[in-house]
Design a protein around this ligand. Structure first.
Ligand code: SF4
Length: 335
């Protein structure tokens, strides 16, 4: 993925009062542009059907972020922070954003970036301890950056305006160039999400392939970042052990030595839902089936996760595999 190919733009009127809003309207002036009153309620898009999921993903919505609620988190970060976008142009079949936005999980970018950043800077300054902020829980920020070209300047704005706090975000993209010249790489933690190549190509549509992601980790580490890797989401198929064995072998072979030292891993099993099933069945009728009634069980209405015994056995397999190959790594958590 080196570019987006939007077919239509929806925009809130007041975005032209912001430099980024003006830039985007100008940048996409060859694409039909439709004015809306609120990015949260685009009546005509709600009428689309599940089978139109990929058509909707080709639309870009531009607005201002009105809600800025931070959620406490106890994994890599201390708080999940709503940042400069929500939704995504890519189409991973399990994407957690589908739970929040259903078939309308298209990319929305928010142009009131200074307001978003100033709130975060104040929050960080007022804290009595050093906090880590997860800014990528609503979108993939490297992919968003293809549209806004503002990730590096947003990060620098944060770094220059507060001496406290770190930023972190996961990605499935090799679009890391904007990160290479960041002024303080100890305060920025990009985390690369990996999966076996056959899962990437059959499930994570429009994302970077495994080779590209590994190369991106090498480049990030060479430029001064520490290696953070998510194996996520772990998907249990008939070839589960073989697939993940191949993934770890590929990492062992292609990650540079420095990128294999002191890796921080996060291991996240796939969760799935009735909404995902319906959208995927209708939008991607030829794709593989991720739901399994023998391996999964319900958690809450319409939500599925792998059965405890399956998860336990798979966790032991993966933990041993990782520890045997990356001796000084840390597995931060498995969920
Ligand atoms: S790249 Fe991330 S945010 Fe985008 S569709 Fe895939 S899982 Fe969702």
């Amino acid at each position: 993925m080196t570019n987006t190919n939007f077919k239509r733009i929806y925009y809130e009127k007041d975005i032209i009062n912001y430099p980024l809003g003006k830039y985007l309207i100008e940048k996409y002036n060859n694409i039909p542009q439709i004015q809306i009153t609120s990015h949260n309620n685009i009546e005509e898009l709600r009428k689309y059907e599940n089978k139109d999921f990929s058509t909707l993903k080709n639309y870009l919505v531009i607005g201002t972020r009105k809600t800025h609620k931070y959620t406490e988190n106890h994994k890599i970060s201390d708080f999940l922070v709503p940042f400069t976008s929500s939704g995504c142009y890519a189409m991973c079949m399990y994407c957690y954003l589908v739970c929040n936005y259903n078939k309308c999980s298209y990319l929305r970018v928010f142009v009131n970036t200074e307001e978003i950043l100033n709130k975060l800077i104040n929050f960080s300054n007022n804290s009595d301890r050093e906090l880590i902020f997860e800014i990528g829980s609503n979108s993939d920020l490297l992919l968003e950056n293809l549209v806004t070209n503002s990730l590096a300047s947003n990060i620098e704005y944060f770094l220059h305006n507060t001496s406290k706090g770190k930023l972190t975000f996961p990605t499935k993209f090799n679009l890391i160039n904007p990160l290479l010249n960041i002024s303080d790489k100890n305060r920025v933690l990009p985390r690369m999400s990996l999966n076996p190549e056959n899962i990437i190509s059959n499930v994570e549509f429009r994302t970077s392939n495994l080779k590209e992601r590994i190369k991106a980790i090498n480049t990030l580490v060479e430029s001064g970042y520490k290696p953070y890797i998510l194996i996520a989401p772990i998907i249990i198929t008939d070839n589960f052990k073989e697939d993940y064995f191949n993934l770890i072998s590929f990492m062992k072979k292609h990650l540079i030595k420095k990128a294999q030292e002191k890796i921080t891993f996060e291991l996240i099993f796939m969760t799935y839902s009735y909404i995902h099933r319906k959208i995927n069945e209708e939008a991607f009728p030829n794709a593989i089936t991720l739901y399994s009634n023998t391996l999964m069980t319900s958690r809450g209405i319409g939500k599925y996760h792998y059965k405890d015994n399956i998860k336990k056995e798979s966790s032991i397999f993966l933990t041993n595999l990782i520890n045997n190959n990356f001796k000084d790594c840390t597995i931060k958590y498995i969920v």
